[in-house]
Design a binder for this molecule. Structure first.
Ligand SMILES: Nc1ncnc2c1ncn2[C@@H]1O[C@H](COP(=O)(O)OP(=O)(O)OP(=O)(O)O)[C@@H](O)[C@H]1O
Ligand SMILES: [Mg+2]
Length: 388
């Protein structure tokens, strides 16, 4: 049973989404309706309900009726509203003018309620911790974001797996542009929730992209990104791996504190380089650093991007510099910049293209085949701190 109640003033968007929703004239009537119906699973509070009233309603029902989800609609969603609402037990805060967002938020809330009522996990929920895959390169422009976005699409396998793509390039993140997404919220909106973030908090921050694939996007500018610290990244990823089968992390081209937080929690390190001497040299330095950090060699996947570019280096030259096996060779093609400019990853628009096939081969050969018993273990060393 999932009766839906709403506070009816300006109920247009709610009735568009749930034509059979029950209405209440005010909060007192709403509370009475909910009280009379122990099976009620969702309450939508419209934008005319004041924030203190909404927060009070959610807080009163949080412990007495844990299976009742409260979704709050606001004319404008800002960080302060979000933080206060989530703290009180509101499951989601959505812009009133976004029927698709309302529909998705209500569906997620009803999923949670059904689980609580039935006491069984939702069918798609992973039963074990997901794997974190960090895509890294010491040199900018190597193809990290290209690899990360296509990898995330491949891992989601059309909705068969739950995947979160995290843009940890906090100053200049490109994932939103590459996927043509307009972020409602970004990773910077997690800052007020640091220390008490939970699955509901993460859910309120992600921007869905495709079946099974959510994104946690970078803030619009460098200033907001600076507020996202190492502890917050650690907290986000630890919660996210409970919610998703795979968490793919795109990074800036530097060993920042935030990148180290992701690397410390990763099961796979995808190291991207292009066949030019500075990029190969940086890959070698990165591998040296990984040795120092004791990130296991069998968890590293070296991806040579634009592998076929004719730049005067032989395979022997390349091997001599990097001294490590190459696990994937992504060809150079103008399809890549075209796909970036269109905002549609090649793995979506042409899964049979040579670039897509290479990414798929990395998934099939290395990541998806790792069985439970030989899956790389979680490590929690955190050897390197700033200044060490
Ligand atoms: N295989 C490829 N063939 C052709 N062009 C490519 C290929 N891979 C990447 N590019 C181009 O190289 C540029 C950089 O790619 P991308 O943004 O993925 O790199 P990045 O490592 O994420 O860069 P940054 O360090 O700036 O975040 C893009 O313009 C992209 O179109
Ligand atoms: Mg990038």
């Amino acid at each position: 049973m999932s009766e839906i109640y709403y506070e009816p003033e300006r109920a247009g968007p709610i009735l568009d989404v749930f034509p059979d929703a029950h209405g209440a004239a005010d909060l007192a009537e709403l509370a009475a309706l909910v009280h009379a119906d122990p099976g009620a699973q969702l309450v939508i509070l419209g934008p005319t309900v004041t924030l203190p009233d909404a927060v009070g309603f959610a807080a009163r029902h949080r412990l007495t009726r844990p299976s009742l989800g409260v979704v709050l609609l606001r004319d404008q969603v800002d960080v302060a509203v979000l933080a206060e609402a989530i703290r009180s037990g509101v499951r989601e805060v959505i812009t009133a003018a976004d029927p698709d967002g309302i529909r998705a938020a209500c569906a997620r809330s009803l999923d949670v309620s059904r689980q609580l009522v039935l006491g069984t996990p939702a069918p798609a929920k992973p039963t074990r911790e997901g794997q974190i895959l960090t895509v890294f390169a010491g040199k900018g422009g190597s193809g990290k974001s290209t690899v990360a976005s296509n990898l995330a699409v491949a891992l989601a396998a059309g909705g068969a797996n739950r995947v979160l793509l995290v843009d940890l390039d906090l100053a200049f993140g490109d994932i939103a542009i590459m996927l043509q997404l307009v972020p409602r919220r970004t990773i910077a909106d997690a800052v007020p929730m640091v220390g008490r973030l939970d699955e509901t908090g993460i859910r309120s921050l992600v921007t869905p992209y495709a079946p099974g694939l959510d994104t946690l996007l970078a803030p619009p500018g460098p200033a907001e990104g600076e507020r996202v610290g190492r502890e917050l990244v650690d907290e986000i990823l630890k919660i996210a791996r409970r919610m998703y089968d795979y968490v793919v992390v795109d990074t800036p081209p530097a060993f920042t504190d935030q990148v180290l937080a992701a690397l410390d929690l990763s099961q796979w390190y995808l190291l991207v380089a292009t066949p030019d001497v500075p990029s190969l040299k940086n890959l070698r330095l990165t591998l040296n650093m990984f040795d120092l950090l004791e990130y296991p060699a069998n968890q590293r996947l070296v991806v040579l991007n634009r592998a076929d570019a004719q730049v005067g280096l032989t395979q022997a030259d390349i091997d001599k510099v990097i001294r490590a096996p190459i696990n994937g060779r992504v060809p150079s093609t103008r399809d890549v910049p075209v796909s970036i400019n269109r905002g549609v990853p090649l793995m979506v628009s042409s899964p049979q293209s040579p670039v897509s096939r290479c990414v798929q081969q990395i998934v099939d050969t290395h990541i998806a085949t790792a069985e439970e018993h030989d899956r790389p273990a979680h490590r929690r060393r955190g050897l390197l701190r700033k200044g060490r």
